[in-house]
Structure formats: structure tokens, C-alpha cells
Design a protein. Structure first.
Length: 170
């Protein structure tokens, strides 16, 4: 799995992407879809985390579906006041390489490209359409553990959201 992720990072670096080995900052990779209600609902929490930690962490939004076009992504970012830089992942090279299946899902990586945390932003969604007040802020806890040079107590959770359509490229 680590080899596969490093290959993806090399690919992104070669095509003008975001990653390189030995990055200066850890990276929060966020997989989003502009018409996913769960992504829309979690945008304020994501914004809060970005505002609080973007000086210490790189954040990047990936939009992995073909229907995500620059115009709709920019409109989405404006509507939800998201300042995080974005990339499309129409051919799902990044999302499949990181094992991401739904939006929203996050993958926090250290400066050497090792996955520190993967899964949900928080536990506010028990299932699609069933929202509650978040009790566990998984991404924030993982970020804080990373700042303290520790591994997060929870390194993987099941993300709840809209499925990424891997068949649209067939």
C-alpha cells in the first residue's frame, strides 16, 4: 500500500501535482463532491479546521467525479466559503490509490507520505441522511496528534457519504 501511494505521489509530482517526498508540511487530502449533501453539511467544519491549521498543514480538495467541472467546483467553494485549493481527479488515480470510496473522506499524510489517519471528518453522520451532533472530531484529533509527533488513537474510521463512481471511466 505504501509503495502504491508513493507511486501516486510521484505521478502527481511529475504532472505538476501537489506532492513530493519529504514535504515541509503534512497534508490533509479531502475528497469532496459538490452536490453531495454530506459534503455540503460538513463544509463549515472543514473550513474551521482549515482556518485553524492551514499554516501547519497543506490542505487539498480532490473532486473525483467527471461531473465536477471547474465552474461547479468554484461555485460550490464560493457558496460554502471554502478557501482550500482543489484538484480534479476525474480518472480516480489519487482516490483509488488512497483507497477512498466515498465523499467526504479524508486522508492525512505525514511529510514522508505515510497515512496517519483515513476516514470521516467527524462522526456527525451515522448513515446517509442520519445526522447528529458530532461527538468525535476524528480529523482534528489526528491533526493534533500529528502536531504532538504522536500517532492518533484512532487512525481509521468508516467515512459515510456519497459513493465515488469508479465505473464512469469504463
Amino acid at each position: 500500500m505504501v509503495f502504491k501511494i508513493k507511486c501516486i505521489m510521484l505521478f502527481l509530482c511529475l504532472v505538476g501535482g501537489h506532492y513530493s517526498w519529504g514535504q515541509k508540511k503534512p497534508t490533509v487530502n479531502v475528497f469532496f463532491l459538490e452536490d453531495c449533501v454530506i459534503c455540503q453539511s460538513l463544509s463549515p467544519e472543514l473550513n474551521r479546521l482549515y482556518q485553524k491549521y492551514h499554516g501547519q498543514f497543506d490542505f487539498i480538495l480532490f473532486f473525483p467525479n467527471h461531473r465536477s467541472k471547474n465552474k461547479t467546483i468554484i461555485a460550490f467553494k464560493n457558496k460554502y466559503k471554502i478557501d482550500i485549493p482543489y484538484k480534479t481527479d476525474h480518472y480516480k488515480k489519487v482516490s483509488s490509490g488512497m483507497g477512498v470510496n466515498v465523499t467526504p473522506e479524508v486522508v492525512l499524510m505525514d511529510t514522508m507520505g505515510q497515512i496517519i489517519y483515513q476516514g470521516a471528518i467527524d462522526d456527525s453522520f451515522v448513515s446517509p441522511g442520519k445526522k447528529r451532533k458530532a461527538k468525535n472530531h476524528y480529523l482534528q484529533l489526528a491533526i493534533e496528534a500529528c502536531i504532538a509527533n504522536k500517532r492518533p488513537e484512532i487512525s481509521k474510521t468508516q467515512a459515510i457519504g456519497c459513493f465515488i463512481n469508479y465505473k464512469e471511466n469504463d
